[in-house]
Design a protein around this ligand. Structure first.
Ligand code: CA
Length: 223
């Protein structure tokens, strides 16, 4: 399989057509028609790209795009029924990777999908022992698998990884992540670190990247 594509489209015939084309091209394709299902599905299934229709029941494409960008830099192609809409969408700076207008030919969609995937994989810079941090998109990739970190988890990893071996206290981490001096307890950092480690463990079972230093804080070390 060349990749897992999520098609969010409420017109059943169009969704089926796209799915068949994607299959023919060697992609794994899944279709969702209800906007409310998208974010939970993306969290759980970690697709490689989303083809996202703008007008949907439940929640529209704009909201979905914003929501997904709050936790992931996964490539998104927005689909709209009106060409004049694209200018407005661009102005909103949603963070989508490309825009496509209906009606389109499946061949055109395939070309766009391939281009966006190619671009996305080109952005990965060589990292530390298989860990790549894409700061612009808050995207962390470990051994070619995206970790799907929240913004806070990404910042934690980035701060720790910026000085491998150096111990950061919880207070130092909190000050860097919450510069507005918001009151957060030590437990908040602990719980974010716990989630971060769980995601790392899924991508790299048995590898310990984030170490806790008893009663002091945390440090990053390459396994
Ligand atoms: Ca629609």
């Amino acid at each position: 399989m060349r990749g897992k594509i999520l098609v969010v489209e409420d017109e059943p015939r169009l969704a089926a057509l796209l799915r068949d084309y994607l299959h023919k091209e060697g992609y794994e394709a899944h279709c969702l028609k209800d906007g409310l299902e998208v974010a939970p599905w993306v969290c759980e299934q970690a697709p490689d790209l989303i083809l996202l229709d703008l007008m949907l029941p439940g929640r529209d494409g704009l909201e979905i795009c914003k929501e997904i960008r709050s936790f992931s830099g996964i490539p998104i192609i927005m689909v709209t029924a009106r060409v004049e809409e694209i200018d407005r969408l661009l102005g909103l700076e949603l963070g989508a990777d490309d825009y496509i207008c209906k009606p389109f030919s499946p061949r055109e969609v395939m070309a766009r999908i391939k281009a966006v995937l190619r671009r996305a994989s080109g952005q990965k810079s060589p990292g530390m022992c298989g860990l790549v941090l894409d700061k612009d998109r808050y995207k962390a990739i470990l051994h070619d698998r995206e970790l799907y970190l929240t913004a806070v988890e990404f910042q934690l990893l980035q701060i720790l990884a910026s000085h491998p071996g150096r111990i950061f206290s919880r207070r130092q981490l909190m000050d860097r992540i919450y510069p507005d001096q918001r009151i957060v307890s030590d437990r908040t950092i602990d719980s974010h670190v716990k989630k971060l480690r769980r995601k790392i463990a899924v991508a790299a079972p048995g590898e310990n990247w984030v170490h806790s230093v008893y009663s002091v804080g945390y440090k990053f070390e390459m396994p």
